[in-house]
Design a protein around this ligand. Structure first.
Ligand SMILES: [Zn+2]
Length: 301
């Protein structure tokens, strides 16, 4: 039994921020390889208007395909009720709603205050969704490129509001501003308010602290992590920086610590090869796949 649960968000967070488009068939091949490596939760796309984000135009098709992979929980992102309805029609098992804790980011991005966005998610949660899990993700929870500092009390308040009607809550370091001390402090504060409803850490590796932050969250009791193969997608605000915390390195960190992820590293490296073939122009990152596994290394599986 895996001791930590890793949700691969590359097909959503990575491709949404990539400069190049990955063809639908290539996405399917990559997602199959991720599932074959042991990833049991994959965020496969986002139900946003296709005109705004062409990379996500095939999300319904990708959700339908991913549902055919045995044992995979298919996750999709939705920003509003319309997106949620499309996610339900497509058959997503879990839908994530981002709510920005940064007032400035929220107002300029979705033209709603964080409080208004919480109410939008509340309306979605009230809409019938039998068997579908709802996650409220507090984004820019550790800082924002527009606003700078995001008050921790704002994060706690939004997480607590989401916990009233969401199945689980995640904290996201959307722009890679967090440090390990901050991660420990904010996760602890939110957990003391909402307990076990606080589930996942969604971390970016923009400044190279992705793994350190993941470890800090792990030490605070977090057992669900989002990550992206090859740190795909980069960061529009920091040229040359990787995107999400890198799945390959995160799996290696946990496995080498003796923490079972349920993910086979050799098969994960094979999936990386399929990713590269599917979107060859896009830079990808990661130390473990380049250096290889240490001599004598054994997986927990
Ligand atoms: Zn992200």
């Amino acid at each position: 039994m895996p001791q930590v649960h890793i949700c691969e968000v590359g097909p959503r967070d990575g491709l949404q921020n990539a400069k190049h488009l990955m063809p639908t068939e290539a996405k399917k091949g990559w997602i199959s390889a991720l599932a074959a490596a042991g990833l049991r939760e994959i965020e496969v796309g986002s139900f946003v208007p296709p005109k705004l984000i062409p990379a996500m135009a095939d999300t319904a098709q990708i959700v339908a395909f991913a549902r055919s992979l045995p044992g995979v929980k298919v996750v999709a992102l939705a920003p509003n009720l319309k997106g949620f309805q499309r996610a339900l029609e497509a058959g997503a098992h879990k839908v994530t709603f981002p709510v920005s804790a940064s007032r400035l980011h929220s107002e300029s991005n979705v033209r709603m205050t964080p409080e208004e966005m919480v109410e939008e998610v509340r309306r979605c949660a009230a809409h019938p969704h039998p068997g579908v899990e709802i996650e409220g993700a507090v984004s820019t929870a550790f800082g924002c490129t527009m606003q700078g500092t995001v008050p921790e009390d704002d994060v706690v308040r939004i997480a607590a509001a989401l916990a009233e009607f969401c199945d689980c809550v995640a904290l996201a370091d959307t722009v890679g501003y967090a440090n390990p001390a901050q991660i420990r402090r904010v996760f602890r504060k939110v957990k003391s308010e909402i307990g076990e409803k606080l589930e996942a850490a969604h971390l970016h590796n923009t400044r190279g602290l992705g793994l350190a932050n993941a470890l800090a969250a792990y030490e605070e009791g977090v057992r669900h992590f989002d990550s992206s193969m090859g740190g795909l997608g980069g960061c529009p605000f920091a040229p040359g920086a990787s995107g999400n915390v890198i799945t390959e390195d995160l799996v290696f960190m946990f496995e080498s610590m003796g923490v079972d992820t349920g993910i086979d590293l050799q098969k994960l490296f094979a999936a990386r090869g399929i990713l590269v073939n599917g979107i060859p122009e896009e830079p990808i990152y990661g130390h473990t796949p380049v250096a290889g596994l240490p001599k004598g290394f054994r997986q927990q599986v």
